[in-house]
Write a protein that binds this ligand. Structure first.
Ligand SMILES: [Zn+2]
Length: 341
């Protein structure tokens, strides 16, 4: 894969991101499937005219191909495996994430993330210890994280809300060897769950090299729990008369849902399994599970929009910004400048 030319890798990635097979793209572009296959595997390059036909069919400016400099690394995608999730749909969002990584770099400037990777395989490190390491890398101490998205964006992580409901995935993360981690979080994910979801993906990004396995899911959950609410703080702040009601101040302070909070308490052995089950049942039978009291405010990604707004204020046009990101102006606007529900 590493020998692939930037153009070849871009072609495959954009095609997959558009949800097209080679045959479908052949039909729209007027090139044969065999030709496209050869281009994608690096056996053949095209003349500018035929690149223009391909770019046109894919809805990207031809410069995207002609000026492609960096080979796109396939995204490592972590997600909760759902048997019903079609593989093609996951391939598409993996391509979305890989493209987004390049586009974010083009808009924000290439930056190394402040985060570093922690290989769980090599040491005797627990996800909780990794979470504490990342907390200190980000200089968070043991304090509540008031805005998680702002915090990870400041550390060089790109976060975007993304339509993921159809693939039944809450979020995906990718972190190519070069460049910044990208987290796409589902637009359907409620505020109540969004912070935990993003922290979970951050855990994957820093701890895991390959996608897969229930064990990794447990590790990412353990990371997220400790990252959002360190165990030692939870033990100190745990109320003397614990109940779903007396936990609400903790929920407000740490911005963690009651559902996640009681799971956290069970992990830290503050409540026994029976209490955990009883409280879980109460959360769901009382309807609190769907709508918890004291809802957590929704956090919005800001970094890309703020950079774009500043560029527009400085006299740069949307066309110029779109060209820089190798996108058509319309897609650029709908991706980065419109509020996603
Ligand atoms: Zn996961």
């Amino acid at each position: 894969m590493n020998d692939l030319s930037p153009r070849a890798s871009l072609l495959e990635t954009v095609r997959l991101s558009r949800g097209l097979t080679q045959t479908a793209l052949a039909e729209v572009s007027g090139l044969s499937q065999g030709t496209l296959s050869k281009v994608e595997t690096g056996l053949l390059d095209l003349d500018p005219e035929r690149w223009a036909a391909v770019a046109d069919a894919l809805g990207v400016p031809v410069e995207a191909f002609l000026e492609a400099r960096a080979t796109i690394v396939p995204a490592r995608v972590f997600h909760r495996k759902k048997k019903s999730t079609p593989k093609g749909a996951l391939t598409k969002i993996a391509a979305d994430a890989a493209l987004m990584q390049q586009r974010a770099d083009a808009i924000l400037g290439h930056a190394r993330s402040e985060l570093r990777r922690h290989d769980l395989e090599e040491g005797f490190v627990t996800p909780q210890e990794v979470a504490q390491d990342v907390r200190s890398e980000l200089r968070l101490g043991q304090a509540p994280i008031s805005d998680l998205i702002a915090t990870v964006e400041a550390a060089g992580v790109t976060v975007l809300r993304w339509p993921l409901e159809s693939v039944q995935v809450d979020a995906i993360a990718t972190w190519p060897a070069e460049g910044r981690p990208v987290v796409l979080v589902g637009e359907h994910v409620p505020a109540e769950r969004q912070r935990f979801t993003i922290a979970h993906e951050l855990g994957h990004a820093v701890m895991h090299n390959d996608a897969g396995g229930d064990e990794q899911e447990r590790q990412a959950d353990a990371f997220a729990g400790e990252f959002l609410l360190p165990g030692r703080k939870l033990r100190v702040e745990w109320p003397a008369d614990p109940s779903l009601e007396t936990l609400l101040p903790l929920k407000r302070r740490w911005k963690i849902s009651l559902a996640a909070l009681i799971r956290r308490a069970q992990d830290e052995a503050l409540i026994d399994d029976r209490t955990y089950r009883e409280w879980s049942i109460r959360l769901s039978t009382s309807g609190m599970h769907r709508r918890e009291p004291d809802p957590i405010p929704t956090e919005q990604p800001q970094a890309l929009m703020r950079t774009i707004a500043a560029a527009l204020d400085g006299g740069t046009t949307i066309d110029q910004l779109a060209r820089k990101a190798h996108m058509l102006p319309q897609e650029f606007s709908s991706t980065f400048m419109e509020e996603h529900a």
